[in-house]
Design a protein around this ligand. Structure first.
Ligand code: ADP
Ligand code: MG
Length: 364
């Protein structure tokens, strides 16, 4: 049996960074969106961005998760040239969001519930550019300090199909909430994929972690390859080394990046420049009252209200834009003059078919 747990890094939708006023805009000239805080000049102090906090709480609520009224920012200490502070501000023992869940719909009407262990806020790093000069590497700090939500699943995922469905569903929820644009090509959503194998029902096996995956298709391929690799080793009488691996999309293989012996000791401690975050219950309740209708709720309403099949409803709610367009075709909620099924057929078959053929999407 394959056992999978995912750590998804989702870039928070916000105008400015987690602890500075610099812009989060994608694609600027290198080092054009960098404040003195992001560059870690001596004496600079982080100031929490309220909008990022609001987005994290909203995400937690959308994942039916426990919102922790008190959370703490910690320093995770390590040296990397694209991270001039010499540490990442993250959350360790007291994250902003605790346990939640995501329900997956699989082929043949099956469902699976995947537990969320936690969601915490942390800073993104900058980017190293190795291909600009034959003798030097460059550093672009534009992304340095941008807010990320790390969403950690329980090891509840059992195969590549479920893992792909999980990332798809999570992405859909984040996009509905407006808390992350989900653009995987731009790196707004990326996943570390932990894979192990075991005898069915037995204790958890040793896991390998495949880092920084930014394509749902590749996540599926990496899991298939990695599970086969581990099973072969075990069936040959060997043992799995806990290690970090990278997926090579050209070869369709994972390969070792570093082993457990090189595991970091991050020396986490509470950041002395930041107070703990404390909310009142009414702050959380207000955000809950403002949540938009999420895909599961919308699907149920489409089935109930417009007589759609669960399959058609799923197709329409997968993207908020498609669902909105469908409702526009229907003439809005109040006007039931048009036939719900007929409109769904037209949107799914005629319109989506045509868009597909022309390689465009609904928002375009
Ligand atoms: P780390 O941050 O060191 O990678 P975590 O405890 O945060 O460790 O776990 C990371 C992820 O690994 C979680 O998503 C969890 O579900 C998953 N995981 C833990 N143990 C296993 C295992 N034996 N097999 C597969 N996934 C696992
Ligand atoms: Mg990890």
């Amino acid at each position: 049996e394959v056992v999978i747990g995912l750590e998804v890094h989702a870039q928070v939708t916000s105008k400015s960074k987690l602890f500075s006023g610099a812009s989060t805009e994608f694609g600027g000239e290198p080092n054009s969106h960098v404040s003195l805080v992001d560059a870690a000049m001596p004496g600079m102090l982080p100031v929490i961005n309220e909008e990022c906090v609001r987005q994290a709480v909203t995400t937690g609520l959308g994942l039916n998760a426990q919102i922790n009224l008190r959370s703490v920012f910690d320093r995770k200490n390590y040296f990397y040239p694209d991270s001039p502070q010499g540490y990442q501000i993250s959350q360790y023992k007291s994250p902003i969001v605790g346990e939640g869940e995501v329900v997956l719909e699989l082929d043949g009407g099956r469902t699976a519930t995947i537990g969320i262990e936690r969601l915490h806020l942390e800073q993104d790093a900058g980017k190293l550019l190795h291909d600009q000069s034959p003798t030097m590497s460059y550093v672009d700090l534009n992304r340095c300090g941008v807010a990320l939500m790390e969403i950690v699943s329980r090891p509840d995922i059992r195969d590549a199909e479920q893992a792909k469905a999980y990332v798809t569903k999570l992405r859909s929820i984040l996009r509905y909430l407006g808390t992350c644009d989900g653009d995987m090509e731009k790196g707004s959503l990326r996943a570390d994929v932990n894979v192990s194998v075991r005898k069915p029902g037995g204790p958890l096996g040793t896991r390998c972690e495949i880092k920084n995956m930014n394509s749902i298709t590749f996540i599926g391929q990496a899991i298939e390859y990695e599970a086969r690799r581990q099973i072969e080793i075990i069936e040959d009488g060997g043992a799995i080394d806990q290690e970090t691996r990278l997926f090579d999309p050209n070869k369709g293989e994972t390969r070792s990046m570093r082993s457990k012996e090189e595991a970091h000791d991050y020396r986490y401690f509470p950041d002395p420049d930041l107070l703990p975050l404390e909310f009142t219950q009414s702050y959380v309740d207000d955000l809950k009252a403002q949540l938009p209708e999420l895909p599961d709720q919308k699907k149920a309403r489409f089935i109930e209200g417009f007589g759609l099949s669960p399959y058609d409803a799923s197709v329409l709610v997968a993207e908020r834009e498609s669902a909105d367009f469908y409702e526009t075709v229907l003439g809005g909620l109040a006007d039931k003059a048009r036939d719900g099924k007929l409109a769904a057929n037209w949107v799914i078959n005629e319109l989506f078919g045509r868009l597909n053929k022309e390689g465009r999407d609904i928002s375009a």
